[in-house]
Design a protein around this ligand. Sequence first.
Ligand SMILES: Cc1ncc(COP(=O)(O)O)c(C=O)c1O
Length: 396
Amino acid sequence: MPITLDPTNSYQLETLAIRAGTHRTQFNEHSEAVFLTSSFVFDSAAQAAARFIGQEPGYTYSRFTNPTVTMFEERLAALEGAEQCVATASGMSAVLACVMGHLKAGDHIIASQSVFGSIINLFNNVIKKFGVETTYVSATNVAEWQAAIRPNTRMFFLETPSNPLTEVADMAAIAVVAKSCGALLVVDNCFCTPLLQRPLDFGADIVIHSATKYLDGQGRVLGGAVLGSKKVMEPVYQFLRTAGPTMSAFNAWVFLKGMETLKIRMDAHSANALSVAQWLAAQVNVARVYYPGLPSHPQHQLAMKQQKTGGGIVSFELKGGREEAWRLIDSTRMISITANLGDTKTTLTHPATTTHARITQEARDAAGITEGLLRIAVGLEAVSEIQTDLARGLYK
Ligand SMILES: Cc1ncc(COP(=O)(O)O)c(C=O)c1O
């Protein structure tokens, strides 16, 4: 049974993160149940037939329908203000489902050059083989998006803030350009989550998530999501139903529990990240700090219009190159050397040799990913202890 929230009340995001989408079984469990079952049984052959053609609502097979996954989808849809959510096995499969659901051979994508490295690989090495071309532009220069439009442009794709340089794209302005040529604007909202920013409110058509990051929040499982109107989600759902990059019920349950603390975690990540960014900006060995919450960030004003806070990710450039960056990483004793982000544990990454290692040098240059750049996903440890750990390698 769905637990219906009072329809006369427009609940705040922290309440929706805890309660939206809850369905209870006949046992009236308080915490959401995990349905680890591949298929569902029918009362009769006629009921099976009616369920498979969508004449009767109900569950059939967990590749495309599972009650725990549905709870995750309904909760995230409520948070993003979307009509529908399609949950996927990972953030990358969310991007794939979105592209495969909406594009065909001969179509064209305009993408920000500052997107996660694997997305560039997906567009250049996989999607291209099926006849879909991508042009890369600056996330922050709206005129470049306009100039890149071709008669066959069908999709605009961006991340804001971007990984790793935290560039902030003007979603409302880019949405106007996308609409002018009939293209869908897809925004990866992984860095902010709906607790800090809701892209659909700024004119995006589709929101993408790597749930692996802040929605889980403790680095346990992989998952993703695609959200938008029912009409826009239909081909995405059909791709998932047929091809099967599906979220597991167990992972959906982990995300449901993770989302319950999303508000307090995002606030705490943001407060710690602001302190770390301010501290880094005052260090003589640091050439530049990238954090949208700092007034020195080139899109600070825009960020504060679109986002509630600067978020939890800070990148910084050391005065030296790779040697200094690796020395700082190797000097830490507490911070985790790992490529994931959005965890309670602070993580430190050298993007040029990890997350963005498989793209070309030219693409790294275009995205501003230098050998001296480090990305820190600020966790929830005592901020003074995060700073102490970073300081060890800064002044060796
Ligand atoms: C911004 C962003 N989008 C998408 C992804 C892909 O997500 P996943 O690793 O869950 O496939 C990542 C992963 O690091 C990411 O940082």
